[in-house]
Design a protein around this ligand. Sequence first.
Ligand SMILES: [Mg+2]
Length: 261
Amino acid sequence: MAEQTLKLLVVSDLDGTLLDSDDYSFEAVLPVLDRMDAAGIPLMANTSKTRAEWLAMRGDFGNTQPYVVENGAVLYEGEEATVFGTPRAEILEVLKPLRGLFKFKGYADATMGEIIKWTGLDRKSAERSADRHFSEPLVWQDTEEKQEEFCKMVEERGLRTLHGGRFLHVSGQTDKGTPLAHFRKKEVAIVALGDRPNDLAMLKIADIGVIIASKGDFVLEAEGVLRSTEIGPLGWAEMMTKILDQFQIPQLTTSTEINNG
Ligand SMILES: [Mg+2]
């Protein structure tokens, strides 16, 4: 039985979790978000995307809640920012002397045309993706051996590297769990949902961690978590429906809306 005083906070990754990883569709989650809204349960985005990217899309979800961007680098509560990451200017300073030793090209060295080509995004979206303040995505142009050596050197200099699809991301020593640990309040139970290794830190901090199934045969290893059977936003809706049912959050139906509203 859920206690009535216990409040829920839902923290979610975006790509492959709240959004389809290929076409960014999210229709499946909307009825669940309505149900959460009616019960006063907030949704907090926790994403590797930039602030500009989330601000451009959060209206689609009717969302005005606090959020975490750039892989745990910064928590925004309204206009107030709490920084956990390393400013990009400092990251670029660390990378400068490494340029003579390794072949790579970062967002900072690229034209917008190149970034569009790398990401496959349209110009506006590419501009938002390039509007970063706490991380630098690199396109690796050297051998794999050299990449290992590079990652070691970056880590020795107090930064971290994260492999994410096309890019090697260089950032400060933070992860998606760090801001969540800071944000969490005693009387709130946190549900966190994600699909990739960079989500594990927030799933660990959460009271209920949920792994959303991925396309292909990728399986994220973790203990003590729930797992969706459906993929992406369908899996998100599947698992959040189960959790809301368990916490006895009222379901929304057309008829009750008409009767009560
Ligand atoms: Mg994801």
